[in-house]
Ligand binder design. Structure first.
Ligand code: GDP
Length: 360
C-alpha cells in the first residue's frame, strides 16, 4: 500500500507525533491481519459518512480507510553526502509515496535546536537542499548512460525524451528548486530514476498549543510552503489526545478552539495527497470505506475487496451516498430510481455506496 514518510530535523517533535500516530489501538484491533512494522503508524481517515451508514444498515462495526505513515529517522545537514544515517535515510524516502516534513515552531529553552534557534524557513530549506542534492547526484550518475542510449538509438523517441527530461530536471534542481511543481519537465518520463523531489510534500508545523489559533502566524507559515498543504498542530497535545476517549478528546480540542485533531487532518490531507479516494460498503457486519486510486473502474474497486471479485466481476449496484441519505434507506433509494447498475467501464466516484455482483 502507499505510504507517507515522516522526516524532519532532530528535536522538532517527530517522535512525539509518531508515538501519537501509533497509539491508534482501536484501529489496529480492527485490522488484525495487517502486519504493522514498528516504524509504521496506521491512521484512520475520519469519515462521518460511515456513522450514518452504520445507522441505516445496523452495522456492528465501522472501518475507515487508513493511511500508513513511516518514521524516517536521521536527516541532518549533509545527509546527501552520506553523513549521519544519510544513505539509509534517502533509501527510506525513495520507498515513500509522499513526504511529510515536521517543522518546529514551538519555542522551549529546554529543547535545543540543532541549528541554534527556531527558524521554520531555514529548516524547510535544509531538508529541501538535501533532497535536491541527492537528486542531482542521481542525475549526474544517470546522464552518461542516458546520453549514450540517446546517441545509439537516434530514432528512438523514448530515449530522446528521457534524456531531454533528465537535462531539464537537472537545470531546475541546479536552480535550487524541487521538481514536484515543475511545469516544463516530463516527470512521468523520469519515474525510472526514482527521484526524491518529485514526490508530493505535506508540511506539519509543530506549534505551542497557545499558537494554534493564531491566524496571522498560520498564514505566514502557510505562505512558506504554498502550494503544498500545511497542517498546524501541537505534537504534545496530539500525544495526549491519543490517550483520551472520544468525548474527552473533543472537549480538550474545543478548549483550544479546534474542531478536529491534527492527526485527523493529517490523515485526510495525506490520503488526498496520495491520490486516493474511497468507496463505501455497508451491511449488518460493517460499514466500511475501501481505498482506491482516483479514476479506478468498478472491477478495480471490486478487486480491493478480493481478487476474485475483480476476476468474476459482473456489475456493480451503485447509489451515491447523498442520494441514499436523502432517500432514507436502500429500499427507498431503489424505489426512487437512485440505485444504478454499472458495468466494467464505470469509473468510481467518491462516496459511491456499492454492492458488487460477481461470478465465482
Ligand atoms: P524528534 O527528535 O524530532 O523526534 O523530537 P522529539 O519528538 O523527541 O521531541 C524533542 C523534544 O521536544 C521532546 O522533549 C518533546 O517533548 C519536545 N516537544 C515535542 N513537541 C513539542 C511541542 O509541541 N511543544 C513543546 N514545548 N515541546 C515539544
Amino acid at each position: 500500500s502507499l505510504s507517507i514518510g515522516i522526516v524532519g530535523l532532530p528535536n522538532v517533535g517527530k517522535s512525539t507525533l509518531f508515538n501519537a500516530l501509533t497509539k491508534n489501538d482501536a484501529l489496529a484491533a480492527n485490522y488484525p491481519f495487517a502486519t504493522i512494522e514498528p516504524n509504521v503508524g496506521v491512521v484512520g481517515v475520519p469519515d462521518g459518512r460511515l456513522g450514518r451508514l452504520a445507522e441505516i444498515f445496523g452495522s456492528a462495526k465501522i472501518l475507515p480507510a487508513t493511511v500508513d505513515f513511516v518514521d524516517i529517522a536521521g536527516i541532518v545537514r549533509g545527509a546527501s553526502t552520506g553523513e549521519g544515517l544519510g544513505n539509509k535515510f534517502l533509501a527510506n524516502i525513495r520507498e515513500s509515496d509522499a513526504i511529510c516534513q515536521v517543522i518546529r515552531v514551538f519555542d522551549d529553552p529546554d529543547v535545543t535546536h540543532v541549528d541554534g534557534e527556531v527558524e521554520p524557513s531555514r529548516d524547510i530549506e535544509t531538508i529541501n537542499t538535501e533532497l535536491i542534492l541527492a537528486d542531482l547526484q542521481t542525475l549526474e550518475k544517470a546522464l552518461p548512460r542516458l546520453e549514450k542510449d540517446a546517441k545509439r538509438n537516434a530514432k528512438d523517441k523514448d530515449s530522446q525524451e528521457l534524456l531531454a527530461a533528465a537535462r531539464a530536471a537537472q537545470d531546475i534542481l541546479d536552480g535550487g528548486t524541487s521538481l514536484y511543481a515543475a511545469k516544463d519537465v516530463d516527470l512521468a518520463r523520469l519515474r525510472e530514476l526514482s527521484l526524491l523531489t518529485v514526490k508530493p510534500f505535506i508540511y506539519v508545523f509543530n506549534l505551542d498549543s497557545g499558537e494554534l489559533a493564531d491566524e496571522a502566524l498560520r498564514a505566514k507559515l502557510q505562505e512558506l510552503v504554498s502550494p503544498a498543504e500545511a497542517i498546524f498542530l501541537d505534537a504534545k497535545i496530539e500525544a495526549e489526545l491519543a490517550e483520551l476517549d472520544d468525548d474527552e478528546a473533543q472537549e480538550l480540542l474545543e478548549s483550544m478552539g479546534q474542531t478536529e485533531s491534527g492527526l485527523a487532518q493529517l490523515a485526510r490531507v495525506g490520503f488526498d495527497t496520495l491520490g486516493l479516494q474511497t468507496y463505501l460498503t455497508a451491511g449488518p457486519k460493517e460499514a466500511r470505506a475501501w481505498t482506491i486510486k482516483k479514476g479506478a473502474t468498478a472491477p478495480e474497486a471490486a478487486g480491493v475487496i478480493h481478487t476474485d471479485f475483480q476476476r468474476g466481476f459482473i456489475k456493480a449496484e451503485v447509489v451515491s451516498y447523498d442520494d441514499l441519505i436523502a432517500a432514507g434507506d436502500m429500499q427507498a433509494a431503489r424505489a426512487a430510481g437512485k440505485v444504478r447498475m454499472e458495468g466494467k467501464d464505470y469509473v468510481m466516484a467518491d462516496g459511491d455506496v456499492v454492492e458488487f455482483r460477481f461470478n465465482v
